[in-house]
Design a protein around this ligand. Structure first.
Ligand SMILES: Nc1ncnc2c1ncn2[C@@H]1O[C@H](COP(=O)(O)OP(=O)(O)OP(=O)(O)O)[C@@H](O)[C@H]1O
Length: 203
């Protein structure tokens, strides 16, 4: 498929918490300020230091989230680590109308839900080199308690298992950040890449 056709399709990036999705996205948006638009999700989780409402997420109460859900506002939604996350039809539409390629950061349950819609995105999975490496990154980020790290690792295992079923068009293993970013940038620009192999799950 030509890059032009690919660019019309939204890009769904998924991968375990702490794998480096935000890091890659920040770099992409800094390098290409006008080409892409992030579909800002709604969440009931509390903002981390430095996060702004409407930028990383729309931070809403559980009541407001439930109300939006009942009104059919979300393409996909999930409860993760005790909080709700959802992608609204409205935000994806806004990005496309602005002439940008829409990028969505979605976890595995959401990918399953999107597959049952007519969104027809390109699915990209970012994998850690190993679960041990993921644990270290989550600990080093310093944003999670040990219990939260354990929960995220258990979910990560399921996400990688899902990716092993071949749910994604492309897989990139985030080992060396510069190498990963180069591949990620190319997928975002609509190029075809050769996927990396997923890691074994026995570490
Ligand atoms: N290739 C890499 N090697 C080592 N550390 C990395 C690499 N990529 C990202 N990191 C670090 O790993 C941590 C997690 O990255 P980041 O916050 O981008 O993950 P995320 O996938 O967006 O997580 P979440 O889904 O929880 O928001 C950060 O501290 C980041 O600096």
């Amino acid at each position: 498929m030509s890059p032009v056709v690919e660019l019309l399709r939204p890009l769904v990036i998924s991968g375990p918490s702490g794998v480096g999705k935000s890091t890659l996205l920040q770099r992409l948006f800094a390098d290409y300020p006008d080409k892409f638009g992030f579909s800002v999700s709604h969440t009931t989780r509390a903002p981390r230091p430095g996060e702004e409402d409407g930028k990383q997420y729309y931070f809403v109460t559980r009541d407001r989230f439930t109300e939006l859900l009942a009104g059919g506002a979300f393409i996909e939604h999930a409860e993760f680590s005790g909080n709700f996350y959802g992608t609204s039809f409205m935000t994806v539409r806004e990005v496309s109308q602005a002439g940008r390629r829409c990028i969505l950061d979605i976890e595995a349950q959401g990918v399953r839900q999107i597959k049952s819609t007519n969104l027809n995105p390109v699915y990209l999975f970012i994998s850690p080199p190993s679960l041990t490496a993921l644990r270290s990154r989550l600990r080093a980020r310093g944003t999670e308690s040990e219990a939260s790290v354990a929960k995220r690792l258990a979910t990560a295992l399921k996400e990688i298992e899902y990716a092993k079923e071949g749910a994604h068009e492309y897989v990139i293993v985030n080992d060396d950040l510069d190498r990963t970013y180069d591949l990620f940038r190319r997928v975002a620009l609509g190029e075809e890449i050769v996927s990396d192999s997923l890691p074994p799950l026995d570490d």
